[in-house]
Design a protein around this ligand. Structure first.
Ligand SMILES: [Fe+2]
Length: 300
């Protein structure tokens, strides 16, 4: 039996979620199945390169091994796009973590709605379960009820690993066409769609970088689902804050709304590689992320 959710710590509210909403999953299985293939290929290579750089000893816990390797790499400053072998190895290790270690069970994969019951996802709110947090990284679980959405948001200067544990999740992700010198916190800017696809647990973990891999993303839970998420460095407002965006539809000549649909008009028309204008916006009050107690093994 899982404990009841507790009040969201202020820091979490302000940083990860005011996020009330920032996870970081990413990347994407884009329509471009090619995007997934790229990840799979990357992971295959990592299996070879793997044992060389990040891992040292094994603890008997895949969760602990991943966390320890990630923290070592973070402290060495090698978790970035310039070190693909390290990133690939970490993604492989994250993919090997068992649901049991996280306090979940494999039945959730075959029945995500059972997972929602076990995780007490009784309403439309997204639940965040913190596993670990320090000044260098944030590690936790995002649990989504069916239909929940984390609006499009950025990860300034971050690398983010995300693994879908159960359920189906639509990921729409963008990168800025011209990388800004500082996060765009007002107005609008041009972005390119790099992924718009539904991912499943069989897909490898996704990785985004400061300027590539879909640094801005939106998540829509097609079923109840859970995402294991590691961000480095963490959100630390006001220096590193989370900003939300939406497609500036008027500028594209599209209607503001399309009666009878929930998805943005832009997403229905866009293809990977298309460019759009993204404008800063404030998420609706209905968007809310609450904290929950992590039921799995601790890491250190
Ligand atoms: Fe995110």
């Amino acid at each position: 039996m899982l404990p009841f959710p507790q009040p969201l710590p202020l820091r979490l509210t302000n940083s990860v979620l005011r996020l009330r909403g920032c996870t970081g999953v990413t990347s994407h299985a884009c329509t471009a199945a090619g995007f997934l293939r790229q990840h799979v290929s990357m992971h295959s290579q990592g299996a070879v390169a793997g044992s060389q750089s990040t891992s040292q000893q094994t603890s008997g816990s895949r969760l602990q091994d991943f966390f320890a390797a990630a923290r070592r790499a973070v402290l060495r400053g090698t978790v970035n796009e310039s070190n693909p072998e390290t990133v690939t190895q970490l993604a492989n290790m994250m993919g090997a973590i068992t649901l049991e270690e996280l306090g979940l069970d494999e039945d959730m994969v075959s029945d995500p709605f059972l997972g929602a019951l076990k995780l007490h996802l009784r309403d439309s709110r997204i639940k965040y379960m913190r596993i670990y947090e320090d000044p260098n990284l944030t590690f936790g679980l995002f649990c989504f009820p069916a239909g929940a959405v984390i609006p499009l948001h950025n990860h300034p200067g971050m690398t983010v690993f995300s693994r879908l544990l159960f359920g189906r999740l639509r990921v729409s992700a963008y990168d800025w066409v011209v990388q800004p010198a500082a996060p765009i916190t007002s107005g609008s800017a041009r972005a390119r769609l790099v992924c718009d696809a539904v991912i499943e647990p069989a897909n490898p973990p996704l990785v985004l970088f400061p300027a590539s891999g879909g640094n801005l993303h939106e998540f829509t839970a097609e079923t109840p689902c859970a995402v294991l998420d590691l961000l480095t460095p963490p959100y630390v407002p006001p220096e590193r804050n989370c900003t939300y965006y939406r497609v500036q539809r008027q500028a594209m000549g599209w209607p503001v709304s399309l009666p009878g649909t929930r998805r943005p008009v832009a997403s229905q028309k866009m293809r990977v590689g298309d460019e759009v204008e993204l404008e800063v916006f404030e998420p609706p009050d209905s968007f809310e992320v609450v904290s929950g107690c992590y039921p799995g093994d601790s890491v250190s």
